[in-house]
Design a protein around this ligand. Sequence first.
Ligand SMILES: CC/C=C\C/C=C\C/C=C\C/C=C\C/C=C\C/C=C\CC/C=C/C(=O)SCCNC(=O)CCNC(=O)[C@H](O)C(C)(C)COP(=O)(O)OP(=O)(O)OC[C@H]1O[C@@H](n2cnc3c(N)ncnc32)[C@H](O)[C@@H]1OP(=O)(O)O
Ligand code: FAD
Length: 643
Amino acid sequence: MNPDIVKERQNATFNVEKLTNILDGSPEKTRRRREIESMVLNDPDFQEQDPNFLSRSERYDQAVRKSAQMILKLREFGISDPDEIYYYKNCVHPDRPEPLDLHLGMFLPTLLNQATPEQMDRFFTPAWNLQIIGTYAQTEMGHGWWRCSQRASCSATTPTVLPALTSEDWRPQATFDPATQEFVLNSPTISSIKWWPGGLGKTSNHAIVLAQLHTQGNCHGLHAFIVPIRDMDTHVPLPGIVVGDIGPKFGFSEVDNGFLKLENVRIPLDNMLMKYAKVEPDGTYVKPPSAKLTYGTMVFIRSMIVGQSALALAKSCTIAIRYSAVRHQSELKPGEPEPQILNFQTQQHKLFPVLATAYAFTFVGQYMKQTYNRISGDIHEGDYSGLPELHALSAGLKAFTTWAANGAIEVCRMSCGGHGYSRSSALPDIYVEFTPTCTYEGENTVMMLQTARYLLKSYSQARGGQQLQGSVSYLSRLQPQPVSAGVPPLNIQDLASLVQVYQLRAANLVELAATSIQQELQLRHSQEDAWNSSAIDLVRASDAGLLSVPQALQVSAHIKELLIQLRPNAVALVDAFDLNDKKLNSVLGRYDGNVYEHLFEWARHSPLNASEVPPALTIIVIIKHNQLIGSFFPRSTSLSTST
Ligand SMILES: CC/C=C\C/C=C\C/C=C\C/C=C\C/C=C\C/C=C\CC/C=C/C(=O)SCCNC(=O)CCNC(=O)[C@H](O)C(C)(C)COP(=O)(O)OP(=O)(O)OC[C@H]1O[C@@H](n2cnc3c(N)ncnc32)[C@H](O)[C@@H]1OP(=O)(O)O
Ligand SMILES: Cc1cc2nc3c(=O)[nH]c(=O)nc-3n(C[C@H](O)[C@H](O)[C@H](O)COP(=O)(O)OP(=O)(O)OC[C@H]3O[C@@H](n4cnc5c(N)ncnc54)[C@H](O)[C@@H]3O)c2cc1C
């Protein structure tokens, strides 16, 4: 154990185990989490080669092998609780999305939420047993954006009268054919090819495909269809299915994100998910109670992503803070030993806010999950009243927490200096695997605009005298104040006072956006144009805070005091996240703090060190021997074969 890190733990002023129990929810939950963790981490079937030293295809193969083992083990140990599956999966594939994520995270939940009992028997049971492997295909090459209900322009015609049609006409179509009781699915244009779905490229044999429903000559907007894409015995693509991998990406190397072109693919009538919307055998369309229910799985994952932001931050600051406790640099005072870099105020100022945010997001993630479970329970009972708030909350928190975490991971990486740039630190991987959360499940700006839409509606209800409930109740209570009204009193030591100032600021910003829309409306006469011209106000928190200059200085001084208070407990606070070394997989973030010897050991495994003179370098040796520098290429090749 590194002596610095030992000393850090001795200096802590609280019981780490108790805090871990609070983060987990209870001592029993901590015990169970550790039990699951040891099932995976001590299981030789999950041994792996360090993916940093593998090619993409090797990484995919290794991930598939581990995922298949995972499914067998989940069955063997009878683990079926979604939280426990999720936890088990995160230990099997720490920090790395894997080919079955979409099957577990979106295919199964979409069936649970949108399939009829008959469809549950036909699809969910085999999918649970991994005979069916599914993905969720919504995004297309040309559009990540969809409308949940039909618009007047939605047309079933072929592309011959382009100017009269909108982009919605060129989306994938599912046209009901009553003669055969089938839907015929087509991707009418290149841009309507499904693009991005995880596990689609090579792994899945079924896809939930989101397409425009056409029946009896009418278009009814976005609906979900279960489309078999590969033969269940041979895994070869079925007729009319053009499918494959979209190629290497920034990260997600283990995942076969794919493309899918549908060419007159026929599926039976009862492959449309019909818990809510229905098509009768004669082609009659039965409306769902709410068109937005089609988007339910995205709301589920958005809610989950809030907790993922917390986990990514917890990992990043554990690595950076432990490393900063064992790393020494630059004398603070001449002649004295070099201090731990964690003693530099600037290092604390980088890392302690990340630590605080990791804690805050952990609790926000728990709140989001409870809210999701409560409101989706109501929805199952037929009460849809909570859906708008759930949508606004999950969209806004998904965007807010992922943006914040995305920036903070990079702060942690840079705070580790050069070693943060090495893949051995794990920080580059955490970043590349996390950063697409800002894009997928709804691009963050687009999600913020959805939340803003809800806030503006709530604002106008509050101005109309309605008493609002839930997360927007502050709009009824607070009267937005013009900046000229001066600054509100603030006690920065008092949480209630801080919350009040935040609420007032939020109310002011909503009012600002509403005013902008009103003004734009007078100029542009179209609600949509006025909305777009106010989009910056809608999304961005204004730079005008509500604090006076002396108050801002007071905050700054208080932050410095808090840094000093936190310093003795910094390592203990990250220890409380209880991230097992194997799961953290970071040379810099090791629990024992023995960084340097393991950094050296890790580097020696680099494939470039497999031989002292890599084969490619023999050409240099040959060139040197033949003194060919200056006239090398064609002749050096023939010389190399002759020597
Ligand atoms: C049983 C289970 C077993 C095991 C599972 C257990 C554990 C899990 C284990 C493992 C899980 C593993 C990993 C996690 C899984 C996956 C993560 C990994 C990878 C991620 C892969 C990524 C996938 C994707 O990205 S899928 C594609 C996502 N795409 C999007 O999100 C598109 C975003 N676009 C939209 O949402 C819409 O197009 C839109 C932007 C909202 C616009 O739509 P529309 O034009 O219809 O909307 P309007 O603006 O006109 O608004 C109309 C109206 O509707 C309201 N609205 C909109 N959306 C919603 C909604 N979702 N819910 C409710 N209401 C909504 C909107 O507010 C308007 O209301 P008003 O008219 O009242 O104002
Ligand atoms: C790693 C990864 C995995 C994915 N997995 C899946 C999957 O399994 N299944 C699936 O279906 N999809 C998947 N996706 C696709 C993902 O859901 C989309 O990329 C995402 O919804 C964003 O859509 P887009 O790419 O079309 O972005 P665009 O919408 O084209 O965004 C580009 C820019 O335009 C701006 N913009 C767009 N619309 C508006 C607007 N109305 N107002 C203001 N600004 C706007 C955005 O803010 C952004 O800056 C995945 C993507 C990634 C990166």
